[in-house]
Design a protein around this ligand. Structure first.
Ligand code: XIL
Length: 299
């Protein structure tokens, strides 16, 4: 196949990238985007600080720009993200518990309604688990004021607003099977499935160091998939982008039937949030790097 998207499609998967609305006017960028990728995640444009900068004031313009681009070029969209402790406007953290609950419900409802029918999968809750050995939720305005049930509540609300979108839980450092954080998320998904809390997918961000994925990554994906959810690699980037690290990552996905697709977190190294790490598949000039060929061959 002549592109990442076409190669992934041969096995029914997608290959996506994060997109910044502000870069769509750069023709080098948009040429690669439209040639290689058939799934798009807005890098920042659907986050709470952009979409509801003050209470009840919604701004979907930047997100719409990306959605319109995707529609015009036959690309699907991942929605990112509805409930997250980062890029959260100050007014949200200042609310009382009951106000926070209604603000969260309203935020999910308004944003999902606006984009209804245009989103393949939503990251309903992002990064709710703590780093380190606790296996518990991290402290956040949501956790601290609404308690453990805020995740379940968010998923139930999301399902009621758009029953056709897939609903994902998304996090980083949950790729190594034996880590407490991985086990915490796994137990949550297992519990949700046992109690019919609506969840369809788990996103593994896959922000890797130069060594690439942990050797247990495929096991982790297999074990989550066995709970009855799709698994997706949602924000892949690898310090220094070695060909073998990228190949191992892609292999972990393609060996798991329910691994639905892979998204890299940007197009050129110069587009990456990891400044100076050159973690992506295209160089600053938009030329494919060795890792690009390695990914294409592994798909
Ligand atoms: C990053 C963006 O790439 C940056 O532009 C922004 O300044 C900070 O957020 N986990 C996530 C993504 O879920 O939304 C983050 O994206 C990277 C870590």
């Amino acid at each position: 196949a002549g592109s990442l998207g076409a190669a992934a499609a041969q096995s029914g998967r997608y290959f996506g990238t994060a997109v910044a609305a502000g870069r769509l006017g750069d023709s080098t960028y948009s040429t690669i985007l439209d040639r290689e990728f058939n799934m798009i995640t807005p890098e920042n444009e659907m986050k709470w600080d952009t979409t509801e900068p003050s209470r009840g004031n919604f701004n979907f313009g930047p997100g719409d720009q990306i959605v319109n681009h995707a529609a015009a070029h036959g690309q699907k969209m991942r929605g990112h993200t509805l409930v997250w402790h980062n890029q959260l406007p100050g007014w949200v953290s200042g609310l009382s518990a009951s106000d926070l609950q209604s603000a969260m419900d309203n935020h999910i409802t308004q944003e999902m309604t606006h984009f209804k029918g245009k989103i393949y999968a939503w990251d309903v809750v992002n990064e709710a688990f703590a780093d380190g050995g606790s296996g518990q939720h991290r402290s956040s305005p949501f956790q601290d004021k609404l308690g453990n049930g805020f995740i379940e509540h968010a998923f139930r609300t999301a399902r009621s607003v758009d029953p056709s979108a897939k609903l994902c839980y998304n996090d980083y450092n949950i790729e190594n099977w034996t880590d407490a954080k991985t086990q915490g998320v796994y137990n949550m998904v297992k519990d949700f499935k046992a109690r019919s809390v609506p969840i369809d997918c788990v996103g593994f961000q896959s922000h890797f160091g130069a060594g690439g994925p942990p050797s247990s990554f495929q096991t982790t994906l297999t074990n989550f998939a066995a709970l009855g959810v799709d698994v997706q690699l949602t924000e892949l980037d690898i310090a220094q982008a070695s060909s073998s690290a990228y190949a191992s990552t892609v292999n972990a996905c393609v060996h798991v039937t329910r691994c639905a697709g892979i998204t890299v977190w940007g197009i050129r190294d110069s587009d990456s949030w990891r400044t100076g790490e050159n973690p992506l598949l295209f160089d600053n000039n938009g030329n494919p790097k060795a890792a690009y060929t390695s990914v294409l061959n592994a798909l």
